[in-house]
Ligand binder design. Structure first.
Ligand code: MRU
Length: 370
């Protein structure tokens, strides 16, 4: 997508072809800054500190992290260490494990002298594949927005609620949940997005609002608790969110608070769609609530907020009494029964095992235990 007229991805190879550049997402929306990652350690730090975040982008960054590790030392030991170090950075997004498994499996089969170049090529392919996947998700999701828009009176906008950031900043480009919205806007459909602020890290207020605004999509930021009220008053035509891990049965893990939006949507007959790339499906899991590890982050993310002060400085402020205890669960799981449909690069399907296997028939053998 474009920033001030210049096309960007969220991660791209630097000129030396040995390092990568990223957008430092911890600085948005106040500053647009890029950073160079030159080593495995810097890639791991970027994921852990959320300079890059969003399941698909975490996967692509990890792939480049392995490539940088192989450039420094292509031995089996270094490959194993890179895998372990990157895997422990964020526990919930399954794209991380998917990308690391893919890299390790391909590189293990090669002589160590061939690993550096091959790792770099495969990381670039993973990034390119993510862009193509998200473009296809956009096309499939566009059909759903078109159909909602066709029920509106002429000149009325279609109101879409989203949670967290599942836009181009969470992927390599386009985004998952936001790709259909960009395409609808570009096709001249009058869309308006309700953006959940998404405490505690405010990915909605800081990132989703920023990227929608840069593209010219009308939006309004709301507090996390406003969605139910808007749905009761007919102000939401559909919800569309992303996911960090979806089980083989269609349970959806996403940023904390997603589940409550899905409950409100069900109660108000508002369609609740989840957009996801194939690598976000964890085919090994059946029960999301029981089996998906939920990241618990530093409680100070709850007790402190960062923002721009009146004099332009970026400052942190405490919002709780000194010594207040806080708990910081990063994600929750929305059971498949609350999801109207899953939107993938291969099409739209019910959030069921059959629905997913219909789109990914190559998984049927594994599901049958063959
Ligand atoms: O903790 P984050 O910012 O890495 O959270 C991930 C997300 O951006 C969302 O949960 C998103 O909706 C799914 S990733 C496209």
């Amino acid at each position: 997508m474009k920033v001030d007229g210049k096309p960007y991805r969220t991660i791209w190879p630097a000129q030396d072809r040995k390092s990568v550049e990223i957008i430092d997402q911890t600085k948005l929306p106040h500053e647009f800054t890029t950073l160079r990652l030159t080593s495995l350690a810097e890639a791991a730090h970027a994921i852990k500190s959320m300079q890059v975040r969003g399941a698909p982008l975490i996967g692509a960054t990890a792939a480049y992290g392995v490539a940088m590790a192989m450039h420094a030392d292509p031995s089996d030991t270094a490959l194993g260490q890179a895998y372990d170090r990157l895997l422990e950075t964020r526990p919930t997004a399954i794209n991380l494990r998917w990308a690391l498994d893919d890299m390790r499996q391909r590189l293990k089969a090669l002589a160590s002298t061939a690993r550096g170049a091959a790792a770099w090529r495969r990381a670039a392919e993973i990034a390119d594949e993510d862009v193509a996947i998200n473009h296809a998700i956009g096309q499939h999701g566009l059909g759903l927005i078109r159909s909602a828009a066709s029920k509106k009176l002429k000149g009325q906008r279609t109101n879409i609620l989203t949670h967290c950031n599942a836009g181009w900043l969470a992927t390599v480009d386009w985004g998952t949940a936001l790709a259909p919205i960009y395409m609808a806007h570009d096709a001249g459909i009058p869309v308006h997005v309700w953006v959940d602020e998404t405490r505690p890290r405010n990915q909605g207020a800081s990132l989703t609002a920023w990227e929608l605004g840069r593209h010219g999509v009308p939006y309004t930021v709301i507090v996390d608790n406003a969605g139910g009220h808007l749905m009761q008053h007919g102000e939401v035509d559909l919800c569309i969110v992303g996911t960090d891990r979806t089980t083989a049965t269609g349970d959806v893990c996403n940023k904390i608070g997603t589940y409550l939006k899905a409950l409100a949507a069900k109660d108000n007959d508002v369609p609740f769609y989840v957009a996801l790339p194939g690598p976000t499906i964890d085919w090994t899991l059946e029960d999301g609530v029981r089996d998906i590890p939920i990241e618990e982050r530093d409680p100070t993310e709850v007790t402190r907020m960062t923002g721009r002060a009146g004099d332009g400085r970026i400052v942190g402020v405490d919002i709780t009494a000194p010594g207040s205890k806080a708990a910081n669960y990063g994600f929750d799981v929305t059971p498949a029964r609350l999801v109207t449909a899953l939107v993938t690069e291969r099409g739209v399907a019910p959030a069921t095992r059959q629905g997913l296997l219909g789109l990914y028939p190559e998984r049927k053998k594994a599901a049958a235990g063959e």
